[in-house]
Design a protein around this ligand. Structure first.
Ligand SMILES: [Zn+2]
Length: 147
């Protein structure tokens, strides 16, 4: 059985570290308050549930998600067109957490989804058990610094 496959977004982002998902899941706005300034418009909006990009209804209206669904691929790393311009542009659009997607997708191809998901879960979980999201500098639960 696959472990939380919904947490691998089509584009290679790990939904388990998503600031919006973490904020909603624990009702902790701190996860989104630490986002870079291009997300300022979301910081005083109500927190919204998202089950993960691969689930319905999930994710934002996204051309990468639409494209992967049209092609019926599990994620962009298994698409015949990988690496396409859409993925390359998203990776280099200047948003810090987007820059991980290509290396994420290469790693998924190399070690498989389950091992990658386990690795990500461990990377984005504090030793106290709390979720670490993309821009958190210290744990919301135990205050430990995150490097
Ligand atoms: Zn902690």
């Amino acid at each position: 059985m696959k472990k939380n496959p919904e947490l691998l977004a089509y584009c290679g982002l790990y939904c388990g570290a998503c600031s919006f998902k973490a904020a909603y899941d624990k009702n902790l706005r701190e996860h989104i308050m630490t986002l870079p300034s291009q997300y300022d418009e979301y910081k005083d909006k109500p927190l919204q549930f998202c089950p993960g990009c691969r689930m319905d209804p999930g994710g934002a209206d996204c051309e990468i998600r639409n494209c992967a669904r049209d092609k019926s691929v599990d994620h962009c790393g298994v698409c015949d067109d990988f690496v396409c311009d859409k993925i390359a542009d998203f990776c280099s659009d200047g948003v810090p957490h987007h820059s991980e997607i290509l290396s994420n997708l290469y790693t998924v191809r190399e070690i498989g989804e389950d091992a990658w998901l386990e690795r990500q879960r461990s990377k984005w979980t504090c030793e106290c058990g709390a979720t670490i999201s993309w821009y958190l500098r210290k744990c919301v639960q135990c205050d430990k610094s995150i490097h």
